[in-house]
Design a protein around this ligand. Structure first.
Ligand SMILES: [Zn+2]
Length: 248
């Protein structure tokens, strides 16, 4: 009896340590460099750069990537050439920007898909097309809306499915503004929403808004101290939160 109780304790202890190591094992790292430029690093070490800028005023980070997503071919989103490594470049738009590429790409523990969107609210007639990229890794689903210029249709919401982390522009003028970003957030209900593409001291002379209109009245806003956010399914907030990331 004592012996079987002890082995039961051992088994339980082993199971618990497996659970805790599994939680560590799934960690995804998210880093923001400003504007719409992020680096997602999977647990298996796959580095996915999202919409890297070229020289727009933010410090050019020394980033090596395995995969780069480019939502559309504007200089503040398509600086793939500035990255180290020999990344696979996933371009959301076909040459000339008149149509979307069909994208479904997998490498190790990362899967990337794309959905069509527009840079304005008139089917691209003013600013062209845009692409929503969805990165799945470590049991998490991240959506990067880039320069989206409209709220989401029912069809797009359905196609996106569950989104855990939403990267959404809030600066207005070239993209949706804070009010429209809130509307998308309310419909998608991600665990974490991160505002992007807004005025900062670096882009002080850009005709876009800062993040304050978006943040106004929102509960659960956290300004992160660290440059990198560590994400796992187990540690997602139980109530939706807005995270304001640092770019330096
Ligand atoms: Zn932009």
């Amino acid at each position: 009896m004592g012996c079987s109780l002890r082995s039961l304790t051992l088994v339980l202890g082993l199971a618990l340590s497996l659970v805790s190591s599994a939680a560590v094992a799934e960690t995804v790292t998210l880093r923001w460099f400003g504007h719409a430029f992020f680096l997602v690093t999977s647990f298996q070490g796959v580095r996915v750069a999202l919409d890297p800028f070229s020289n727009i005023g933010y410090p050019m980070p020394d980033v090596a990537a395995d995969v780069v997503t480019v939502s559309h071919e504007h200089g503040d989103h398509n600086g793939a050439d500035g990255l180290a490594g020999s990344p696979v470049i996933l371009r959301g738009l076909k040459a000339g920007g008149v149509d979307w590429n069909s994208i479904s790409y997998s490498v190790k523990d990362v899967r990337i898909t794309a959905l069509p969107a527009y840079h304005d609210d008139v089917q691209g007639r003013r600013r062209g097309l845009n692409t929503i990229f969805i990165v799945e890794t470590g049991g998490l689903r991240l959506a990067h809306l880039s320069d989206i210029g409209h709220t989401l249709s029912e069809a797009t919401l359905k196609a996106m499915g569950r989104i855990d982390v939403l990267l959404v522009p809030v600066g207005g003028i070239f993209s949706i503004d804070g009010r429209q970003a809130k509307e998308i957030m309310t419909r998608l209900r991600p665990s974490i929403t991160i505002p992007i593409h807004y005025k900062t001291p670096v882009t002080a002379d850009w005709p876009i808004e800062d993040e304050r209109e978006f943040l106004a009245g929102l509960p659960n806003v956290r300004r992160l101290d660290m440059l990198s956010a560590l994400l796992t399914p187990e540690t997602l907030p139980t109530q939706p939160e807005v995270w304001v990331m640092r770019y330096r």
